[in-house]
Ligand binder design. Structure first.
Ligand SMILES: Cc1ncc(COP(=O)(O)O)c(C=O)c1O
Length: 512
């Protein structure tokens, strides 16, 4: 049956121009569909070589080519459009998005739909929050909600104890103080992190000494720790950045050998796992953040997890103005220095109600991340991150490493513009934060000059240029935020299609 018969076009009534037009279109459609069919059988639909489709579609030069140069009748135009659309409709969507011009150069974006919003509020949570507000028992000293949450979070993480705090930063500050980090000490830390990690050490009047970043894992490279240890070193602070677990066994071995405390910055790693244990239970203390963007958010909030009652009691005392708590006590009421780092009741109620959601969403992020990792293996120049053996990331961000060589030399910032234009918001990772002014501001301060020798501060400052792995990571890491991983499989396909589209058109984008 011919397309003419299907469209019920009375062939005999057509003029010569119309007949030539329809015959050409028919031939092109058959060629196109045969090619598409052959390729899809051979490679699968995801890998259809766009060039064959472009070649055929390009040859249909409506309105300008020889056979259409003559006047086109209204009837022929209507039929041309109908048959043309039918043929184009048979081309799979994935082809349209990949062959189209990059959106940055005026083409149609791969995606215009919104990504899942974050954070999410549910009406059914309101009643409990309002109960607390009406009760007037807003602080932890006069209510049970913070303690209830601490119990639930400790159970969730598999820790013996949990202490809720006002933020992740305060969780780090309390932990370091209690584990003995004092003025003039040194703490070995991951450089690839949010600035709060550095600040927590600087505010403890200690020196943040950076181990290098493993470019394959984005986390602390254990091989670079030991050379950084001095007689001032008191602790190691690995950071499970983006929810990627650090390789904790070698880090703990080094800490044990040199009698150092381990404070895990797990502020982005709720439910992440390393060798069947949750991050935050692998060192002496684990610190979490529940700030607005986090997977378990309450605006501001944090927690410390640990297994040692004596240490956890001291954390409780310190976070509560130095008041006695459990085994942590003295001969007077205020027996140790302390601060107010307490969580409020309303924050705890919000957190408590999101625990099941956190578990469900973590599973979804992990499933989508695994799907993306498989799909991205096929995109040249986009390298997924390697994780330590037997570990599970929770993807606060989903990072990849960008190799400009595979993108016709397209600079990473221009790549970011191009992929944003496609509706897929990949962003750059952290930059080399130690070259921001805060480190110089700290080490040039009166306090640091009193605490460290001039020689030590000079060699410390110079050593920042030796962090080659971290420099490479800062220059080449791209990431999307966790909320994108809450989408469906088709949303993940948009991410892959956008990357493929820019990769295929990278030379044009680089030239533009
Ligand atoms: C790695 C890391 N450490 C520490 C913090 C500090 O947490 P907070 O913002 O709750 O003080 C954050 C927060 O974003 C973080 O991402």
């Amino acid at each position: 049956m011919s397309i003419f018969a299907r469209q019920k076009i009375p062939v005999d009534n057509l003029d010569i121009n119309e007949k030539v037009f329809y015959l050409t279109l028919y031939k092109i459609t058959v060629l196109l569909l045969t090619d598409v069919l052959k390729l899809s059988l051979k490679k699968g639909m995801n890998e259809i070589n766009e060039s064959c489709i472009v070649r055929h579609l390009d040859s249909v030069s409506f309105g300008s080519g020889g056979y259409m140069r003559n006047k086109v009748s209204r009837r022929a135009f209507v039929h041309k459009t109908a048959v043309g659309s039918a043929a184009v409709a048979l081309v799979p969507t994935i082809v349209t998005s990949q062959t189209a011009k990059p959106a940055l150069l005026g083409g149609v974006p791969v995606r215009t739909n919104r990504w899942p919003a974050w954070p999410e509020w549910r009406r059914e949570w309101e009643a409990k929050v309002i109960d607390v507000m009406r009760s007037g028992r807003w602080w932890r000293g006069r209510g049970e909600h913070v303690a209830d949450f601490e119990k639930a979070y400790a159970d969730l993480i598999g820790a013996k104890r949990c202490l809720a705090t006002a933020s992740g930063t305060t969780a780090l500050l309390v932990s370091m103080h209690v584990l003995g980090v004092d003025a003039g000490d040194e703490v070995i830390v991951s450089p690839f992190t949010f600035i709060a990690t550095y600040n927590s050490i600087l505010l403890s009047k200690a020196l943040p000494v950076f181990a290098d970043t493993d470019a394959a894992t984005l986390t602390m490279d254990p091989k670079t720790i030991e050379t950084k240890i001095t007689d001032r070193t008191t602790a190691i602070m690995p950071v499970h950045i983006y929810g990627l677990p650090c390789d904790m066994d070698p880090i703990n071995d080094i800490a044990k050998k040199h009698h150092l405390a381990v404070v895990e910055d797990a502020c982005q790693a709720w439910l992440a796992e390393y060798k069947e244990k949750k991050c935050g239970t692998l060192g002496d203390l684990g610190c979490f953040s529940f700030q607005n963007s986090k997977h378990l958010p309450t605006g501001e909030g944090g927690a410390i997890t640990g297994n040692d009652d004596l240490i956890m009691d001291r954390c409780h005392s310190f976070h509560n103005c130095g008041r006695a708590y459990g085994t942590s006590s003295g001969t007077t009421q205020y027996f140790m220095r302390g601060s107010n780092r307490r969580m409020q009741q309303m924050q705890a109620v919000m957190l408590m109600q999101q625990i099941v959601k956190l578990q469900e969403e973590t599973a979804r992020r992990q499933e989508n991340a695994a799907y993306l990792m498989r799909a991205l293996a096929e995109v040249p120049g986009i390298h997924p991150i390697r994780m330590p053996e037997n570990s599970k990331a929770v993807w606060h961000l989903f990072p990849v490493r960008y190799d400009a060589k595979e993108f016709s030399g397209l600079p990473i910032d221009k790549f970011v513009k191009a992929i944003h234009a496609e509706g897929v918001p990949f962003g750059r990772g952290y930059h080399e934060l130690y070259f921001d002014d805060l480190i110089d501001e700290a080490i040039q301060s009166r306090g640091y000059k009193r605490l460290f020798s001039e020689k030590r501060l000079k060699e410390y400052r110079e050593s920042l240029s030796e962090l080659k792995g971290n420099k490479q990571v800062c220059e080449t890491t791209l990431a999307i935020t966790q909320n994108l991983l809450l989408g469906e499989k088709k949303d993940m396909d948009d991410i892959v299609n956008a990357l493929q589209k820019i990769q295929r058109h990278s030379a044009e984008v680089a030239r533009a």
